[in-house]
Ligand binder design. Structure first.
Ligand code: NAD
Length: 279
């Protein structure tokens, strides 16, 4: 069977774990000729190659930090040197603010969280596109950014994370405008998933993961209830929209769009798992 991304080459930032890892492995299964996974921890990136099994030769681990222009330039150059081209860019590397609210933080803490989180989640996306767009123009390729329910709704994080994801949504709109008609730019707004998503080291939140937070909140109320799934869903279940948007054949007329792939957060209304009709 022919995959949806047959022969394409992709670069996924934050590809060592969670959604980025799942997207990288899915792209390989869709026939990608090569997928580079970029992240801070080389050992972790190597485990993605191991998970790729007999496709490991098409998986390229590239260590680096999305805050470093040099690292990103090196990653694009290495990817093109190895696979000959770049068709799909997935800016995805990110951190979370652990729902730190305006009333629950000091101004000093907000300042530290903002600087580190915006540097990675917003400037990191911008720099990733900044170094890669010339290669994408050559292939008439596309960009698929990882957004979040927090790009649309409150309570997916604190004010810093929510503002950062709204900013990334703005990048989709602006970059789709600037790079048309040669490069399509879209986003996938995924919902809460149990991943290794960490917080800013500057606020002492690098040692915890969102997975631990979800585990602690489990069963404590309707907030965790989504119409279609809960946070324990395998990240692989959220990779379909990335494949669709990356596909020239299937999404050649789509740019500037964001697919809400969050399990239906926006339509849950006041229903709760306990109180809703049993269909
Ligand atoms: N997990 C969720 O509930 C959820 C919900 C909505 C959106 N998201 C978004 O999904 C994306 C992926 O997160 P995830 O949930 O898979 O978490 P994750 O921690 O498993 O993946 C993020 C990856 O980015 C890497 N990373 C972090 N900072 C980096 C930096 N400065 N340079 C390079 N790599 C860096 C991490 O090492 C990690 O491998 C993020 O943009 C996140 O905001 C996650």
């Amino acid at each position: 069977m022919t995959g949806w991304l047959e022969g394409d080459v992709a670069l996924v930032t934050g590809g060592g774990s969670g959604i980025g890892r799942a997207v990288a492995l899915r792209f390989l299964r869709e026939g990608a000729a090569g997928v580079a996974v970029f992240g801070r921890d080389l050992d972790r990136l190597r485990t993605v190659a191991e998970a790729a099994g007999h496709d490991a030769s098409r998986l390229l681990p590239v260590p680096g930090d999305v805050r470093s222009v040099d690292d990103l330039q090196e990653a694009v150059a290495t990817t093109v040197a190895r696979f000959g081209r770049l068709d799909v860019l997935v800016p995805n590397a990110g951190i979370w603010d652990f729902n730190r609210s305006i009333s629950g933080t000091t101004p000093q803490e907000i300042s530290a969280i903002y600087d580190e989180l915006f540097d990675i989640n917003v400037k990191g996306y911008l720099l990733t596109v900044s170094v890669a767009w010339p290669e994408l123009v050559k292939t008439r390729g596309s960009i698929v950014m990882t957004l979040s329910n927090a790009a649309f709704y409150p309570a997916g994080g604190g004010p810093v994370y929510t503002a950062a994801k709204h900013a990334a949504r703005g990048l989709v709109t602006q970059l789709a405008y600037e790079l048309a008609p040669k490069v399509r730019v879209n986003g996938v707004a995924i919902g809460g998933l149990r991943t290794d998503l960490r917080g800013p080291a500057s606020a002492g939140l690098a040692g915890r993961s969102i997975e631990q937070s979800f585990a602690r909140r489990e069963g404590t109320g309707p907030n965790m209830w989504l119409p279609l799934h809960d946070a324990s869903t395998d990240p692989d279940d959220s990779t379909g929209p990335y494949v669709l948007l990356a596909s020239r054949r299937e999404a050649g007329v789509i740019t500037g769009a964001v697919l809400n792939a969050d399990g239906g957060i926006g339509v849950r209304g006041f229903a709760t798992a306990a109180g809703g009709d049993d269909l």
